[in-house]
Design a binder for this molecule. Structure first.
Ligand code: GLU
Length: 495
């Protein structure tokens, strides 16, 4: 998962674009680049490695310009290298892309047959070439982008500039996130609000298949049919501070210390003295959960591991069968869906491409409903699910995951309790588990930083336990120095 930032402004945008890319570093990447349009010329800088390496190249030879696009790449087609780094240029067009174009090979052959020479191994470059071709046929940039994206299969968020249209950036999305930032006399595109939050908190979230056309003083959104569509401006609640490292040595350390607060926030207004509050998963959530006879948890990476832990809890306490599967497998096979099965998607960002695709696929497969457990309220997963429970971890920059994982477990613990209660878990056991869950933020606080804490809910054995334990060890980098007891998290020491 990489990132995009783009700007149409009156001031020089390269420094803004670089700052935006730094705020997106948490998404992971292997190379970075930017291109700026000034006085009818496109200037570009790209480098393998960190944003700061690309930044040093830029600073050695800075260039002005009020229109620009920038990118961090996580290679899918062609090795990480300067030549494969974005932006890609074809004639008068420069383009950045997040995602995968599944039909790029046939498009590439067709373009080659028409004489186009490619300079990278990426799937992305075909889009730049197609847009350039369209402009050559007399279309404006927006129309050229529309005509091009109609021919694409796969997932993309793109931002494009053309030498012929100074001051304009056109973006488009399908299956990958992209939003508009509304500034004062300037507009931006970004993969998430974090990339833009230091400049503006006014955000327009684009829908699937939207095409955005921004200039300094205008912003328009179009559907794939080329007709204008209305999209609302939201005020993002993200704060700039949330992404500052402060006194901590690195983001992961900061995020480890944020866990008590993040877990407490995730529990807030969801569990009280009587137990889990009604309908915390959404309107009619309780009624729907009552009908559940089985669960399919679909996720990737860290979220998948949270699902593995939850399977043990739900099967033990709610006595419901749970299967947990990696989204990239699930989406491409014909899973059997027994009656009254709930589909659960877990994703920190709510934009994980395979998880989203699986969720969309699930619609066809006859589930009772979908539940998204997610950290980003405005994300596609949350928008598309029937039920939702937000983790309230705040932005997580560190890799591997810490507070995003612990808050996912917290949300899944709430779900377990709700299901268990509805299925007749006895009062004493239910109250005990609720009390332990409510005590969790305090338990984490008492334990950190030197020592691990134990998840109150008993041991998780087998591969899920080992995976969870590996995460736990990572959460406590100093435990080997100062912990006396060989505690594990969240597998626990007993009940
Ligand atoms: N598929 C494109 C590439 O390999 C974009 C990858 C990304 O999302 O960064 O260059």
């Amino acid at each position: 998962m990489c990132g995009i930032v783009a700007a149409a402004a009156q001031r020089d945008v390269a420094p803004l674009l670089i700052a935006g890319l730094k705020a997106l570093e948490y998404r992971g990447y292997d190379s970075a680049g930017l291109a700026v349009l000034e006085a009818g010329e496109i200037r570009r800088v790209r480098a393998k490695g960190k944003v700061r390496e690309m930044e040093s190249l830029y600073l050695a030879e800075p260039f002005p310009g009020g229109t620009g696009i920038a990118h961090t790449r996580w290679a899918t087609h062609g090795a990480p290298s300067e030549a494969n780094a974005h932006p890609h240029i074809a004639g008068r067009v420069a383009l950045v892309h997040n995602g995968i174009i599944e039909n790029y090979a046939s498009l590439r052959s067709e373009l080659q047959a028409r004489g186009h020479v490619f300079t990278s191994e990426t799937d992305t470059e075909v889009m730049a070439a197609l847009i350039e071709e369209q402009i050559g046929k007399g279309h404006g940039l927006r129309e050229a982008v529309l005509n091009t994206v109609r021919a694409l299969e796969g997932a993309y968020a793109i931002a494009v500039i053309s030498r012929d249209e100074p001051g304009r950036v056109v973006g488009a999305r399908r299956g990958a996130p992209l939003l508009i930032g509304v500034g004062i006399g300037e507009h931006f595109l970004g993969s998430d609000a974090q990339a833009l939050i230091k400049i503006t908190n006014k955000i327009v979230y684009l829908d699937e298949d939207d095409v955005a056309d921004i200039t300094r003083d205008s912003m328009q959104v179009f559907g794939l049919d080329g007709q204008p569509v209305d999209r609302t401006v939201h005020e993002s609640e993200l704060s700039a501070d949330a992404v500052e490292r402060g006194e901590y040595r690195h983001y992961m350390q900061k995020e480890i210390f944020e866990q008590p607060r993040a877990v407490a926030d995730t529990l807030e207004a969801r569990i009280g003295p009587q137990g889990v509050l009604p309908n915390i998963f959404g309107v009619d959530g309780e009624a729907l959960l009552k009908r559940v006879r089985g669960l399919h948890i679909i996720a990737c990476g860290t979220s998948y591991h949270a699902g593995l832990v939850a399977k043990y809890w739900i099967e033990e306490y709610a006595r419901l069968p749970v299967s947990v599967e990696v989204a990239s497998e699930y989406r491409y096979r014909e899973a059997v869906v027994p009656d009254d099965t709930l589909f659960i998607a877990i994703s920190q960002s709510g934009e994980t491409a395979d998880t989203l695709a699986a969720m969309r696929e699930s619609r066809r497969r006859g589930y009772l409903g979908t539940l998204a457990i997610c950290n980003v309220p405005e994300s596609s997963a949350v928008r598309e699910a029937d039920l939702k429970l937000m983790t309230r971890a705040g932005p997580e920059i560190g890799v591997a995951s810490t507070k995003a994982f612990t808050t996912q477990l917290t949300a899944l613990a709430l779900l377990t309790l709700q299901l268990a209660r509805q299925r007749g878990l006895d009062d004493a056991r239910y109250s005990d588990l609720c009390a332990q869950l409510q005590h969790l933020p305090r338990a984490i606080e008492n334990a950190s930083p030197a020592c691990a804490f134990s998840w109150p809910w008993g041991a998780v054995s087998g591969s899920a336990g080992r995976l969870a334990q590996a995460q736990g060890n990572f959460i406590h980098p100093r435990r080997s120095l100062s912990c006396r007891r060989a505690e594990t998290w969240p597998t626990g020491l007993g009940r």
